[in-house]
Write a protein that binds this ligand. Structure first.
Ligand SMILES: *[C@@H]1O[C@H](CO)[C@@H](O)[C@H](O)[C@H]1NC(C)=O
Ligand SMILES: *[C@@H]1O[C@H](CO)[C@@H](O)[C@H](O)[C@H]1NC(C)=O
Ligand SMILES: *[C@@H]1O[C@H](CO)[C@@H](O)[C@H](O)[C@H]1NC(C)=O
Ligand SMILES: *[C@@H]1O[C@H](CO)[C@@H](O)[C@H](O)[C@H]1NC(C)=O
Ligand SMILES: *[C@@H]1O[C@H](CO)[C@@H](O)[C@H](O)[C@H]1NC(C)=O
Ligand SMILES: *[C@@H]1O[C@H](CO)[C@@H](O)[C@H](O)[C@H]1NC(C)=O
Ligand SMILES: *[C@@H]1O[C@H](CO)[C@@H](O)[C@H](O)[C@H]1NC(C)=O
Ligand SMILES: *[C@@H]1O[C@H](CO)[C@@H](O)[C@H](O)[C@H]1NC(C)=O
Ligand SMILES: [Zn+2]
Length: 320
């Protein structure tokens, strides 16, 4: 590979944090770091803090109007490479704005109507304040879920070139997964989320990192979600500088996590040092609508193929 993971992490850190290259000057003159809650730097001020993009015309997140979503035959199934790897998730970090997990190289997505393969770099989460104050970024017909997980992927042909990435309107592909409270009185479930959240105690303060032991895969964390069902639209980063370079995929089915584990996010990690506030309500408000498409009903093809397999095994059985 022409680029190292280090270069790619550097790129994404640049793009995803306070000032992307193109708006460094604006940031310096404004002299304000963005935030979620202080009156001077919360999301209503982002278009002043980072005017170049946060005030743009394809901003994220949005409310998805399911009735208005048009079917697009090109939205095929994804191929998820190394999502089953139990060693790909390397570092857990408190960024002061979110909790982020960085991947080793070799994790990749393709298909899904994307123009080419995208390298998966990291995931991070958005949440409210426990399940009772939901904090997903996207909403669906007005419904806000307790949490949302974002997997960030970079177009592989860019080879980590920041200049090209900031100029390409589809340089990043973000996968959004809703997290919903598991029904019943379950605690500590699913096991993958129990393991992940057990490490939050190791990153309570901003800037702390934790080297993740091997054990849980992305497939484990995305448990129970039919990844053939999703919405698609063109949008932006949901944090300044809000660059309009993101192909969004929002999956229809939520990951179900027990209430006690959802609560751990808003009860454990803090926005700065040990006497700072807990990290709560870390999501951007809804932005103006965008045209949304959805995959063609693929339950038919799934039924066809599993039925096909059944018929094939029946046919073989005759000869045994
Ligand atoms: C954002 O754009 C709108 C319309 O294009 C304009 O009225 C407004 O002044 C802009 N805000 C900032 C902070 O540039
Ligand atoms: C959702 O889309 C439908 C169909 O386009 C439209 O009639 C309806 O008003 C929309 N609802 C909202 C809340 O925008
Ligand atoms: C599907 O892809 C084909 C070939 O790239 C393109 O011509 C067509 O416009 C696409 N359809 C939609 C609905 O975007
Ligand atoms: C998946 O990861 C393994 C080890 O982490 C690596 O050897 C392999 O090359 C990766 N697969 C792809 C397709 O990159
Ligand atoms: C990045 O791409 C730009 C524009 O294509 C090119 O001028 C520049 O040399 C590239 N930078 C690197 C480090 O390859
Ligand atoms: C949950 O716990 C409450 C109180 O212990 C009990 O009344 C209720 O039946 C339980 N619900 C389920 C679905 O187990
Ligand atoms: C992680 O935190 C737990 C609970 O505070 C502690 O017992 C453990 O030693 C920590 N692990 C590391 C590697 O810091
Ligand atoms: C965050 O904590 C550091 C170290 O304790 C301190 O120097 C800094 O001023 C704090 N920042 C804010 C915004 O409170
Ligand atoms: Zn995000």
């Amino acid at each position: 590979m022409p680029n190292t993971p280090g270069q790619m992490i550097f790129l994404v850190a640049l793009v995803l944090t306070v000032c992307a290259l193109t708006s460094r000057v604006d940031c310096a003159t404004a002299g304000t770091e963005w935030c979620y809650h202080l009156p001077t730097c919360s999301d209503t001020n982002w278009e002043t803090i980072a005017p170049k993009h946060c005030n743009g015309s394809r901003q994220s997140p949005i409310n998805i109007n399911t009735t208005a979503a048009k079917t697009d035959e090109n939205l095929t199934e994804f191929t998820f490479t190394n999502f089953s790897s139990t060693t790909a998730q390397q570092t857990l970090e408190n960024t002061g704005k979110t909790v982020k997990v960085t991947f080793a190289s070799g994790v990749q997505i393709s298909g899904g109507g994307l123009s080419e393969a995208y390298n998966s770099l990291q995931f991070h989460l958005h949440w409210g304040n426990g399940p009772s104050i939901p904090g997903s970024e996207h909403t669906v017909d007005g419904k806000r879920y307790p949490m949302e997980l974002h997997i960030v992927n970079l177009k592989s042909s860019l080879n980590g070139n920041l200049t090209q990435a900031l100029a390409d309107s589809t340089s990043l592909a973000a996968l959004g997964f809703f997290i919903e409270e598991m029904s019943g009185n379950a605690t500590g479930e699913p096991a993958s989320w129990k393991t992940l959240t057990s490490y939050l105690a190791n990153i309570t303060n901003k800037g702390q990192t934790f080297a993740l032991p091997s054990g849980i895969s992305l497939d484990d964390l995305l448990v129970g979600v039919n990844r053939a069902k999703y919405y698609r639209y063109l949008g932006s980063l949901t944090t300044p500088a809000c660059n309009e370079v993101v192909v969004w995929t929002v999956f229809k089915e939520p990951i179900k996590v027990s209430k006690d584990l959802i609560d751990l996010f808003s009860n454990t990690v803090q926005v700065n040092g040990s006497s700072s506030p807990l990290m709560t309500n870390v999501f951007r408000e809804i932005q103006p609508d965008q045209p949304v498409t959805t995959q063609a009903e693929s339950s038919a093809s799934t039924t066809c193929c599993s039925l096909g397999l059944v018929l094939l095994s029946l046919a073989l059985w005759k000869y045994l």
